[in-house]
Design a protein around this ligand. Structure first.
Ligand SMILES: [Zn+2]
Length: 235
């Protein structure tokens, strides 16, 4: 098991860690600040500094097939740190912060458009959600204005955990049909945007909506009779 330090503090940019093993071209550590690709969000990139001070780029971070271990994929397979080595991880923070801003903005988009979400993705400075919406008539400027109202409230964003039973008792919490909250661990992580939104999510978020900054709805695309793809972008 890898300890997921980003789950408790998404603003940690570095940590020390011990190499546990090499697996499927990846390096498994006892702890990490690197978010593994999942829930529509890309995996983190950055650097690892080995015992001799050598810095090696980490190109991506993914879950191992068993989902309990995280694989740090180094850009070069030469000079990988060995099992037992103590290394220092350093996140490409600018890249991650952009993902966190978009990710949190997508939570707000799901409030502005209170319809079931069927898919979504987070990119560099932009993202999208697909909605099951019975009728069209959405206005880009109106949606942008309502999104920015929520950003400007600068509402705190917090995480807390509930039991599987509490989630079962509140099915309305689950907006995203495409990404079911992880079950079986006995508890589910909820992300609350104070006074605005509450939903299960395992991702990384900014501390308050004001940190999203200026965001704009760039496109509303019809993907099917009842499906609208809404794209947003950081300005
Ligand atoms: Zn989230």
């Amino acid at each position: 098991m890898t300890e997921l330090l980003f789950r408790n503090d998404a603003y940690l940019t570095s940590c020390t860690a011990q190499v546990l093993e090499h697996l499927d071209n990846g390096v498994v550590l006892d702890r990490t600040v690197f978010y593994p690709q999942g829930g529509g969000q890309p995996g983190d990139a950055g650097f690892a500094e080995g015992p001799g001070g050598a810095r090696n780029a980490i190109a991506n971070t993914v879950y191992a097939p068993d989902r309990t271990r995280i694989l740090h994929l180094f850009a070069s397979s030469e000079a990988l740190p060995a099992p037992g080595d103590q290394i220092r991880l350093e996140l490409d923070w600018e890249r991650r912060l952009a993902f966190m801003r978009i990710h949190t903005a997508l939570h707000l988009l799901s409030v502005v458009l209170p319809f079931p979400v069927t898919g979504g993705s987070i990119g560099q400075g932009e993202g999208r959600l697909d909605f099951d919406i019975p009728e069209g008539g959405l206005d880009r400027e109106e949606l942008t204005r309502r999104l920015m109202e929520l950003v400007e409230r600068d509402a705190p964003v917090r995480e807390r955990w509930i039991t599987d039973e509490e989630l079962d008792a509140n099915p309305g919490l689950v907006k995203t049909m495409a990404v079911k909250p992880p079950r079986g661990a006995g508890r589910v992580r909820l992300v609350e945007i104070e006074g605005i939104d509450l939903q299960p999510c395992g991702g990384t978020h900014v501390r308050s909506t004001g940190e999203i900054g200026v965001v704009t709805v760039t496109d509303i695309e019809k993907k099917g009779r009842q499906n609208r793809r809404v794209r947003i972008k950081l300005v």
